[in-house]
Design a protein around this ligand. Structure first.
Ligand SMILES: NC(=O)c1ccc[n+]([C@@H]2O[C@H](COP(=O)([O-])OP(=O)(O)OC[C@H]3O[C@@H](n4cnc5c(N)ncnc54)[C@H](OP(=O)(O)O)[C@@H]3O)[C@@H](O)[C@H]2O)c1
Length: 244
């Protein structure tokens, strides 16, 4: 991965941080995206120290804000000439309906629209690389989802599990269509479920109340490590053969 430039969202914790570490360990230039300076700088320092890779950078953006996503894309292009791997990984579960600064439902905005917008804004620098990759972190839970076109933003009735599985299904559908449209451009697009049947021990769902929060906390000791959960993202980013 010597000369490869990889941008990873949600790199401050869990699977994203382990992915950033894994790619730094194999010598990639890693651009971590986080929304909180303190958490971002702590993760950056840890990855630089443990990987002994100096080519690890941090960029800040709250991906629930489309203005911040646009600023992130501009800042990235000012700092880097091309992008070899874009890993859209940041995600959340919310048991309550929250709206973003843009007035959008938070789960849909961060888990799907942010992937869509950031990818679209970075397509020109992805095309500047000979053979680049887009890796979208979805979830096996997408199979429980439907796209509710009559209530995409949960305005008529919000349920956290429904919003989450819809957002992850949207990511799968987006990736398939993206791969189709990018055929022949040299850019591949893949999506993945991290880990296997057992969830990954991360901060995911840690602040959530109700049945979902209880299940997350109860299952925690049985969960697999973030390093194990990051293996598929790292494979898709770095394998010799990775086509959609
Ligand atoms: N854990 C699992 O078993 C599992 C299973 C299937 C899919 N996934 C998916 O894996 C991905 C990573 O999740 P994880 O398990 O590693 O959870 P995590 O530890 O909570 O990590 C989520 C990351 O997303 C970032 N993030 C959340 N909202 C953001 C926002 N508005 N702007 C910028 N960054 C934001 C978080 O930043 P902060 O550090 O600032 O909070 C964090 O870095 C998610 O897409 C999740 O849906 C996880």
């Amino acid at each position: 991965m010597g000369e490869k430039i990889c941008l990873i969202t949600g790199a401050t914790s869990g699977i994203g941080k382990a992915t950033a570490m894994g790619l730094a360990n194999v010598g990639a230039s890693v651009v971590m995206v986080g929304r909180d300076r303190g958490r971002g700088e702590a993760a950056l320092a840890e990855i630089k120290e443990k990987s002994t890779n100096a080519s690890v950078d941090l960029m800040l953006a709250d991906l629930s804000s489309q203005e911040e996503i646009r600023r992130l894309a501009v800042e990235f292009k000012e700092a880097y000439p091309r992008l070899d791997v874009l890993i859209d990984n940041a995600g959340l579960f919310s048991s309550k309906r929250i709206t973003t600064a843009d007035g959008l439902e938070m789960t849909f905005a961060v888990n799907h629209l942010a992937y869509f917008l950031l990818t679209k804004l970075l397509l020109d620098v992805l095309k500047a690389s000979a053979s680049s990759r887009i890796v979208n972190v979805s979830s096996g839970d997408h199979s429980n989802g439907t796209i509710d076109f009559d209530d995409l933003q949960g305005e008529k009735g919000y349920k956290g599990p429904k919003a989450y599985s819809q957002s992850k299904l949207a990511t799968v559908l987006f990736t398939y269509e993206l791969a189709r449209r990018l055929e022949g451009t040299g850019i591949s697009a893949n999506c993945l479920h991290p880990g296997g049947r057992i969830p990954v021990r991360t901060n995911f769902g840690s602040g959530v109340s109700g049945v979902f929060g209880f299940m997350v906390r109860a299952l925690r000791p049985l969960m697999i490590s973030p390093e194990k959960g990051a293996e598929t993202s790292i494979y898709l980013a770095s394998s010799q053969r990775s086509r959609a």
